[in-house]
Design a protein around this ligand. Structure first.
Ligand SMILES: NC(=O)c1ccc[n+]([C@@H]2O[C@H](COP(=O)([O-])OP(=O)(O)OC[C@H]3O[C@@H](n4cnc5c(N)ncnc54)[C@H](OP(=O)(O)O)[C@@H]3O)[C@@H](O)[C@H]2O)c1
Length: 243
């Protein structure tokens, strides 16, 4: 797998571990048990990291350097995989990359196209926002006791462990050759998410819904970040906050 660290990585490693499987964790430093070095931005060490891999779960991403890491990096990954051995390549994408006009999402969509055109046995798994990521965004948006949130935005965030378990199940199944979507158990207004977060973490804080103009905002209001079908995670955002 690529992208073994940070938000999704550790839960995904745990979900993918199974007796008898040899799991190789690619990262830029290649440290830790099962760790191998590989850098998507440069292509360094990719052929060695991927040699003989039968299943690749490609979760690495860099939102600040997405055209290099996600798009060109995915192209490098496609060139480096062992086509004779590969049975399944699972790509971790985001719900709405085809509809939401944001440059990071455009890059993720372009990476999906690279994989679809590669002729490899792929499944593209679009997932909604992880709870932990939502918490980070709210923390960043907070201005003292005031938490401004975009008016009317809708989301269906998901527990990272539910997402990891789903990805591991998909990885063990045959490739679909297309897109599947996965989200949390409930659709929520972003303002309600923020109120729940404030109540749990920042007693006394005040959520202020603010109109945000533009096409990106329209897309989030119109539900472009909501999964259109597929399976759902079980853990709710409220349970996450209690935890
Ligand atoms: N965050 C969300 O809410 C969300 C929602 C849906 C889908 N996704 C997708 O889920 C995946 C994981 O998201 P995340 O939020 O867990 O990402 P993250 O926390 O930003 O972690 C990114 C991972 O990519 C690796 N990486 C970055 N640049 C690399 C490079 N040049 N070469 C090799 N590896 C590199 C990082 O490893 P090192 O830094 O250790 O090298 C890290 O393991 C991504 O594909 C993302 O688009 C995220």
């Amino acid at each position: 797998m690529t992208g073994a660290s940070n938000r999704l990585g550790p839960s995904l490693v745990e979900a993918l571990r199974r007796d008898g499987d040899r799991l190789r964790l690619m990262s830029r430093r290649g440290t830790g048990p099962g760790g191998v070095r590989g850098d998507l931005a440069t292509g360094f060490d990719l052929p060695d990291a991927l040699a003989g891999a039968e299943v690749v779960v490609h979760a690495a991403s860099d939102a600040r350097n997405a055209w290099e890491v996600d798009v060109a990096g995915t192209r490098r990954l496609v060139q480096a995989v062992d086509r004779d051995r590969l049975r399944h390549l699972v790509y971790v994408s985001i719900v709405g990359v085809d509809r939401i006009p944001w440059s990071y999402y455009r890059a993720k969509y372009a990476a999906e196209q690279v994989l679809l055109a590669s002729g490899l046995p792929v499944t593209l798994v679009r997932i909604t926002q992880y709870f932990g990521f939502v918490d980070e965004l709210l923390e960043t948006a907070r201005r003292g006791p005031v938490l401004p949130v975009p008016m009317g935005w809708r989301a269906q965030p998901v527990d990272v462990r539910d997402a990891a378990a789903y990805l591991a199940r998909v990885a063990r199944q045959p490739p679909t050759g297309g897109v599947v979507e996965f989200g949390g158990p409930e659709e929520l207004a972003v303002a309600d998410i923020a109120r729940a977060w404030v109540a749990a973490r920042e007693s006394g804080g005040h959520v202020v819904s603010t109109p945000v103009p533009g096409r990106l905002s329209t897309a989030f209001r119109d539900g472009a970040a909501l999964p259109s079908g597929g399976e759902r995670g079980q853990r709710t955002y409220a349970a996450h906050l209690r935890g």
